[in-house]
Design a protein around this ligand. Structure first.
Ligand SMILES: NC(=O)c1ccc[n+]([C@@H]2O[C@H](COP(=O)([O-])OP(=O)(O)OC[C@H]3O[C@@H](n4cnc5c(N)ncnc54)[C@H](O)[C@@H]3O)[C@@H](O)[C@H]2O)c1
Length: 256
């Protein structure tokens, strides 16, 4: 029960690793505010947590809208008093060559603008006046290196890593820790959709994971919970890859 009575806000928590994190924070005693663009999946995540005896409520809406970010955090503060932990997890990926790329604003909005808007809203409205908090930003292996065909994703995730460091150094004096989880290939609906679009791309990626398997959403959630917990009390500004060795492998080699 590392998070007994803590208030945790998670964006994009209707699916994938965000949903796993919502379940796991609630199972350790947190009250979880579940955001997702998709109101049905947000409601389903809340129902799942409540069925397991946990506490949660939904704050559906578009993370990339700063006015919504401010009002959603205000709603959480009004309902349960404060925000102790914020996990900026919502993300989108659009595989397309740079010459034809149409998703630049979308990906910048969800993957980079949103973590800034939500972190600032949580810090200003709750964490700074209440003496501290913990923020986790979910980036990707794409925050360290590039691959062809997803220019907005790579640029926005590199930005998310920079945002982590910028907020970590600026808000350390407020007792707010800001860290980043950088997942490698993980079995979620995002990967399923990408794989349906371009199976060959994912075949190659799967063959280059030193541990020989993709990650599970719960394994990414474990890293989020750790960084948000008191066990990480001296860790801030960390970009933590969680990827079965993918970033450790020199790109010219296959793992075997
Ligand atoms: N799955 C992977 O292999 C992988 C690898 C590296 C990084 N990531 C990152 O992990 C995070 C979670 O992804 P996932 O794999 O669980 O994907 P997912 O698609 O299963 O979940 C993402 C959730 O974000 C929500 N979302 C999208 N746009 C939104 C918006 N504008 N407002 C609110 N919610 C929105 C979606 O509705 C969805 O429920 C993302 O930031 C993603 O970029 C995933």
């Amino acid at each position: 029960m590392r998070f007994k009575d803590k208030v945790v806000v998670i964006t994009g928590a209707g699916s994938g690793m965000g949903r796993a994190a919502a379940r796991m924070f609630a199972a350790e005693g947190a009250v979880v505010a579940v955001n997702d663009f998709n109101a049905d999946t947000a409601a389903a995540a809340v129902a799942e947590i409540e069925a397991a005896g946990g506490r949660a409520f939904a704050i559906p809406g578009d993370v990339a809208d700063e006015t919504f970010a401010q009002s959603a955090i205000a709603e959480v503060v009004q309902r349960v008093g404060r925000v102790d932990i914020l996990v900026n997890n919502a993300g989108v990926s659009t595989i397309q060559p740079a010459t034809e790329y149409q998703a630049w604003r979308l990906e910048m909005g969800v993957n980079l603008d949103a973590p800034f808007y939500w972190s600032r809203a949580a810090a200003v409205q709750s964490m700074i006046p209440n003496g501290g908090g913990a923020i986790v930003i979910v980036a990707s292996n794409a925050c360290f290196a590039a691959f062809p065909g997803d220019v907005g994703y790579i640029a926005s995730k590199h930005g998310a890593a920079g945002l982590t460091k910028a907020l970590a150094v600026e808000w350390a004096k407020h007792n707010i820790r800001v860290n980043c989880v950088a997942p490698g290939l993980t079995e979620t609906p995002m990967v399923k959709q990408g794989e349906e679009k371009d199976p060959e791309r994912f075949k190659v990626r799967r063959a280059r994971i030193p541990m020989g398997r993709t990650g599970k959403p719960e394994e990414q959630a474990e890293a989020m919970l750790f960084l948000a917990s008191d066990a990480a009390s001296y860790i801030t500004g960390l970009i933590m890859n969680n990827d079965g060795g993918q970033m450790a492998l020199y790109s010219g080699f296959s793992p075997q």
